[in-house]
Design a protein around this ligand. Structure first.
Ligand code: DMJ
Length: 639
């Protein structure tokens, strides 16, 4: 009964802050209690307690009815051992009147304590009560999480051999100075985000506040923190890394009502968390990556298994972008999940992830391809291609990249992926790659039966991809692909060099006497993208031709000169204008990719060697899985 009294008093006070101000008719719910009201209230409370006290003695003895017959005695009254009548645990056996006296004094003490607690509660302000209740709620939520198994450790798996995860000192003091400058730029980008945008997805460096776009829904998931972690780690910015880790531990929560891009969340968040896990060995990153991946899985619930472009993290409802041809999913989006999902199956022992991505590959393999090319649009309901538009830039790019990287990441055992990559690249070379009148090699876009002689900044990543895929290419064409990579790197460098600010435009033409320059106003922007620098870095690793370091340094200086503002780094609206106007966005990929590739360009090759690491499309390094005789969970089930 006394337990009931305590419960009742607590329940009343617990109600107070949850009611809207003025919504309650119960007078002591108001913060402005008058003294006389308090007094009356105390009187009522003590009368009630006295009544309970009396009832204990005058109501019939129910002890024989065995009140706690659910085996809960220990939990409810742990200090009484019911198996031995009258024995207080650890104390002497007490009989008859002795037991009654003891209980009576205990009950009296309990009542006094309750009265004190009630008085204490009435003395507290509404805010204090609200804070206390919130703390209680948090505790319960944490306990529930543990009960759900969310906090359960994942099964241990052998850690792949991790080679070259620190230092990379280039030796040469001049190169080191450049590398230090890139590190300083990273510090400025991070510190600014830390100061003005912390916890938001991105930063507005001129407005000095947080920023987000529709790819992250209306969430505040700290995209910049997750995306930047591994760059901080390899640059040796350890206290910044720790700050990021703490934020993730305490705040990164995926049960939010936000409709996010499956692709972006995969490459930036899952890729970023997995890389941070492998580099640092901190379990929290792995656990968060797996929790998030679970939230993406409902996106695959379509008639074909081709995922929706977007999914609501809370409801699991998916849909496609309104602008995509005929309700289609996008090739570069559903085709850029393989690396992360294979690692998820490896780390969890759960075949579901692997099965989802291998199903996509099998489905694509069965489809007809116009001219051997993959269109960018595929309808997830019908399994039919949408508009016949093929691109190695936006909408198509990382699909090809992930075929090659699936092979590399499997220690070159996934030969199906390699073959698919080789076939795709052969068709691309035949139909999309041309030389301009001025001798620049470019990759155009195929649109409904004709070639558009335009190349995007995004397409410039392909130089690095060709170089990376050179070794292992069919018919001993390694030299050819390395050369193709070098030509693309040269063209993309020209696109930078032919601007006023020495920064590349979003898209550039090879038409009507124009060579590697943007024509339309809305293609003249530079938003801190990495692709050109990414290609310089791969070319540097494979050739050690000093021009790549030179070109990288030119780009770094131009970024520092034109994009740096006091609140971080901003994109530029027109790279052909000498008076730059800013777009006021510090993209998370600037920290994840652009600065990382620059740093690696001025490091020695033993930092993240390419024989041991494969970079996802957001530049997050994942180790090669040398599985030997081990089969990935689910791989034998899907043939
Ligand atoms: C990055 O998020 C990734 O590189 C992606 O594959 C495409 N583009 C952006 C950066 O430009």
């Amino acid at each position: 009964m006394c337990m009931f009294c305590v419960g009742a008093a607590e329940q009343h006070s617990a109600l107070i802050p949850t009611l809207a101000p003025g919504a309650s008719s119960f007078p002591y719910h108001r913060a402005t209690l008058r003294l006389s009201e308090k007094f009356i209230l105390l009187l009522i409370l003590s009368a009630f307690i006295t009544l309970c006290f009396g009832a204990f003695f005058f109501l019939p003895d129910n002890s024989k009815h065995k009140r706690f017959d659910l085996g809960l005695e220990h939990m409810l009254i742990p200090h009484i051992d019911s198996s031995k009548e009258g024995r207080l645990s650890g104390g002497p056996v007490i009989h008859g009147q002795g037991l009654h006296d003891d209980l009576r004094s205990k009950i009296r003490a309990d009542h006094e304590r309750v009265l004190e607690e009630a008085k204490e509660k009435l003395r507290k302000s509404r805010e204090q009560l609200r804070a206390e209740i919130q703390t209680e709620k948090n505790k319960v939520a944490e306990q529930l999480k543990v009960k759900d198994g969310a906090g359960k450790p994942l099964p241990p798996v052998p850690m792949p051999k991790l080679v070259g995860i620190n230092d990379g000192d280039p030796g040469d003091p001049e190169v080191k100075e450049k590398r230090d400058k890139i590190r300083e730029m990273m510090k400025h980008a991070w510190d600014s985000y830390r100061q003005y945008g912390w916890g938001h997805n991105e930063l507005k460096p001129l407005s000095k506040k947080g920023h987000s776009t529709n790819i992250f829904g209306n969430s505040q998931m700290g995209a910049t923190i997750v995306d930047a972690l591994d760059t901080l780690y390899i640059m040796g910015l350890h206290s910044e890394f720790k700050e990021g880790q703490e934020w993730i531990q305490q705040n990164l929560n995926f049960s939010v009502n936000a409709e996010v891009s499956v692709f972006e969340v995969n490459i930036r968040f899952i890729g970023g968390l997995l890389a941070a896990y492998y580099l640092s060995g901190q379990e929290v990153f792995k656990v968060k990556a797996v929790q998030l991946a679970e939230k993406l899985l409902p996106a695959f619930n379509t008639p074909t298994g081709i995922p929706w472009a977007m999914v609501n993290l809370k409801s699991g409802v998916g849909r496609n972008w309104g602008w995509a041809s005929a309700g289609s999913s996008i090739l570069a989006e559903f085709g850029t999940l393989h690396m992360e999902f294979v690692h998820l199956s490896y780390l969890t022992g759960n075949p579901a992830y692997f099965q989802k991505v291998i199903h996509i590959r099998k489905l694509l393999a069965k489809m007809d391809r116009p001219n051997g090319l993959y269109p960018n649009y595929l309808n997830p309901r019908t399994g039919r291609w949408g508009q016949h538009h093929t691109s190695v830039g936006g909408l198509g790019d990382s699909f090809y990249e992930y075929l090659l990287k699936a092979w590399l990441m499997s220690d070159k055992t996934d030969t199906e992926a390699r073959r698919t990559y080789d076939d795709a690249i052969e068709a691309i070379e035949r139909h999309l790659i041309r030389k301009s009148n001025g001798g620049l090699t470019f990759i155009g876009e195929w649109k409904n039966g004709h070639l558009e002689r335009k190349m995007g900044h995004l397409t410039c990543f392909a130089g690095g991809m060709f170089a990376l895929g050179a070794d292992g290419s069919p018919n001993d064409k390694a030299g050819h692909y390395l050369q193709l990579g070098a030509e693309i790197a040269h063209t993309c460098h020209e696109s930078y060099d032919r601007t006023v600010l020495k920064l590349g435009p979003e898209a550039f033409k090879f038409d009507s006497g124009l060579e590697a320059v943007a024509v339309r106003q809305n293609e003249k922007y530079y938003i801190l993208r990495p692709e050109v620098i990414e290609t310089y870095w791969y070319m540097w690793r494979f050739t050690h031709d000093p021009k790549y370091r030179q070109w990288g340094w030119e780009a770094a200086q131009a970024i520092d000169k034109h994009c740096r503002v006091s609140g971080g780094f901003s994109g530029i609206k027109d790279v052909y204008s000498s008076t730059p106007t800013y777009d006021d966005v510090q993209q998370s990929f600037f920290l994840a990719e652009t600065l990382k590739y620059l740093y690696l360009l001025f490091s020695s090759d033993d930092l993240l060697p390419l024989d041991n690491w494969v970079f996802n499309t957001e530049a997050h390094p994942l180790p090669v899985l040398r599985l030997g005789n081990i089969t990935l969970p689910g791989s034998s089930a899907v043939q």
